[in-house]
Design a protein around this ligand. Structure first.
Ligand code: UT7
Length: 349
């Protein structure tokens, strides 16, 4: 059974750099607070009307496809991870298929937030291993800046997130000692509401406090999304940051060790760990727990903030472009976030 390898990788970051100080015009915060608590110095925001989650994904995909030495015609499956899709439905996968004028290939959308890219990578890996596909385009892309609460009320969330996209091409490899060694996926829905965006949605929570009976049947279609939800400012992502932090620093090392144990490897064998860029303090905690040297961990949250599903492929791409990922290296990818869902992948480059 062939393993899959990352044959090409690309990233796209919007031009617009937004510093911590730039955020002061919207909310009460400070460069010192943001840097101290998160490590973030600046992030990128997509052009408000000209760039979308899909257009950024297409730019990253073009680079990945070129670096893999193939053309868009060769791509036989798309897997797209995002929590900020262009439309509620259809997903961004088909929008990439259309924008890149690809054949009538399958397009799958993944909704796993911060661990979305690793879930997507794992699904792609299984399709390659089974022999079903030969060139899979796996994308993580986010346009967070369009849907954040930029008032002081939402500052614990809005200062963290940034926009961008990363993409890889997965191909089979016959080389014994190369490719994705294993992937590990987990979830625990107990805390689903701790990091979530509730509206629009079909949960109807908003209406439970209202008198449902008084709701005119003719108006039922408006329950999905209403002026009241906007007026009550219930349309933004919300997060209990400390609760997420506490769980993340346990689950990150756990899922990394799971990947290492599955391959009879130890932390010292990792050439480069790319943790999801949630918070520099989380990454440092994980590094400390696993006793990894600085040169074994790659972080770029300082420049790009937390780009959710895009953070792992952007960081991996940047590390590769800097020559930090070489043939034969053991690369570990790991992520934790909303759901909670978490995941890891171990790759022999
Ligand atoms: O990628 C998705 C997964 N997400 C994560 O992994 C995020 C995990 N959590 C975190 O990264 C951190 O919890 C945060 C960075 C979100 C927050 O840092 P914290 O050290 O946990 O702060 P906190 O939420 O406990 O808030 C401490 C104080 C509060 O003020 P009081 O109540 O002590 O007076 C907040 O109101 O900091 C205040 N605060 C801010 N102050 C200035 C919250 N956000 C800000 C802000 N600027 N942006």
């Amino acid at each position: 059974m062939p393993k899959s390898k990352i044959a090409g990788i690309g990233k796209y970051l919007p031009e617009n750099v937004v510093t911590n100080n730039d955020l002061l015009k919207y909310m009460e915060t400070s460069d010192a607070w943001i840097q101290e608590r998160t490590g973030i110095q600046e992030r990128r925001y997509a052009h408000r009307t000209e760039e979308t989650t899909t257009t950024m994904a297409v730019e990253a995909a073009k680079v990945a496809i070129e670096r893999a030495g193939i053309t868009t015609d060769d791509v036989d499956f798309i897997i797209f991870a995002t929590l900020s899709p262009d439309y509620y439905f259809p997903g961004c996968g088909v929008l990439v298929q259309r924008a890149m004028k690809m054949k009538e290939i399958g397009a799958l959308d993944i909704r796993n937030q911060c661990s979305g890219f690793l879930y997507a990578l794992s699904v792609g890996d299984q399709f390659i291993r089974s022999g079903m596909y030969k060139n899979i385009l796996v994308i993580g892309s986010e346009k967070h800046s369009f849907g954040l609460d930029f008032t002081t009320r939402g500052r614990n969330v809005s200062v963290i997130f940034g926009d961008g996209a990363g993409a890889v091409i997965l191909q089979p490899t016959e080389k014994e000692d190369q490719g994705i060694l294993s992937t590990h996926l987990h979830s625990d829905g107990e805390s689903a509401e701790i990091l979530a965006m509730f509206n629009p949605g079909t949960h109807a929570n908003h209406w439970k406090e209202e008198k449902m009976a008084s709701f005119d049947d003719a108006e039922i279609g408006k329950m999905f999304f209403s002026h009241k939800m906007i007026d009550d400012e219930q349309i933004y992502p919300t997060m209990d940051g400390p609760a997420v932090f506490k769980k993340a620093v346990v689950k990150f090392p756990e899922v990394i060790m799971e990947a290492l144990n599955a391959n009879n490897l130890m932390p010292k064998d990792i050439n480069l760990l790319i943790p999801h860029q949630a918070n520099l303090r989380i990454a440092q905690f994980v590094q400390h727990t696993l006793k990894l040297r600085d040169d074994q961990v790659y972080n770029n949250i300082q420049q790009y903030g937390n780009t959710t599903a895009a953070s792992v492929p952007i960081a991996l791409c940047e590390a590769w472009e800097k020559g930090l990922v070489k043939e034969g290296d053991v690369v570990c990818l790991a992520a934790f976030g909303s759901g909670f869902t978490w995941a890891s992948a171990l790759i022999k480059w």
